[in-house]
Design a protein. Structure first.
Length: 154
């Protein structure tokens, strides 16, 4: 089955006839649907078609919204003033639409107070005023705990 460059059906013909017709018009013969009965071929400028497809892919990629994951590290003994600075940073990140990974790092003997670290992280999350959703709950990792939060999309 052959389709012309303008989209008109040219009917069934042998591949050699279709190829001759395409060469006559100085275009390419492209198999569009090989599994159909009979297979469907189209006469077109294949280079131009490839260019259109790559241009569409570039446009789609440019329109994609990429979200970055920002990281904030806290310690078990981080002071209130430092916590408020980190809270302000987190709120800026959330307003920009970024995800935030908050880590509380335990050093040395602090690792014996995991319940205290988990409680500190929960309290810190409660202080954040910008609306957010918890994407990954508080999880243990070798040096402490972490949680990933994301902005609430409206």
């Amino acid at each position: 089955m052959l389709v012309g460059e303008d989209g008109a059906q040219l009917g069934e013909m042998s591949s050699s006839q279709a190829l001759a017709l395409a060469r006559e018009k100085e275009l390419d013969l492209v198999e569009v649907s090989p599994k159909a009965q009979p297979p469907v071929c189209r006469i077109m400028d294949y280079g131009k078609e490839q260019y259109k497809q790559s241009k569409q892919q570039r446009l789609a990629k440019a329109k994609q919204k990429s979200t970055e994951t920002k990281g904030i590290r806290l310690g078990l003994r981080t002071d209130k003033h430092d916590l408020s600075n980190k809270q302000n940073q987190i709120e800026k990140f959330l307003k920009k639409g970024n995800k935030v990974k908050i880590e509380i790092v335990l050093k040395g003997r602090e690792k014996a107070h995991q319940d205290l670290a988990r409680e500190n992280l929960k309290n810190f999350l409660g202080q954040i005023e910008t609306p957010y959703k918890i994407e990954e709950d508080i999880k243990r990792f070798p040096a402490g705990f972490n949680v990933i939060i994301a902005p609430v999309s409206e």
